[in-house]
Unconditional design. Structure first.
Length: 117
């Protein structure tokens, strides 16, 4: 699988790296990336989006080891799987960071903006 980071994903990671309780975000995300590179689509498929056949958006729960919280209070990583075996990392946010949690409309816009390049 080919994995591409969206600009939003990169800015989200930088945002959390600046905060003390999220310093290990890159280490926390690495196992998920390894699974995706191996072709294993991890997480839950998100319904309700008008996508091309064979494409999907997934949400993965990731523990935040910097704050010693499990998956339920950790990060959420959203990614889009395109038909051509390309995975686009859309965004990552902390479950406890309410103002950064995207709604369905914002997620749809992320997909559209990411695919424009």
């Amino acid at each position: 699988m080919n994995i591409t980071h969206s600009k939003k994903f990169e800015s989200d990671v930088k945002y959390y790296l600046r905060k003390k309780k999220f310093k290990k975000i890159l280490e926390d995300v690495k196992p998920v990336l390894l699974e995706l590179e191996a072709g294993n689509l991890v997480g839950d498929k998100m319904p309700g989006f008008n996508l091309p056949e064979g494409a999907a958006i997934y949400k993965v729960r990731i523990a935040n080891t910097s704050a010693n919280v499990g998956k339920s209070n950790g990060f959420r990583l959203l990614y889009y799987v395109a038909i051509e075996d390309t995975i686009y990392l859309l965004t990552i946010y902390s479950k406890k960071d309410d103002e950064r949690i995207p709604n369905d409309e914002q997620i749809a816009m992320l997909v559209a903006n990411t695919l424009e390049f």
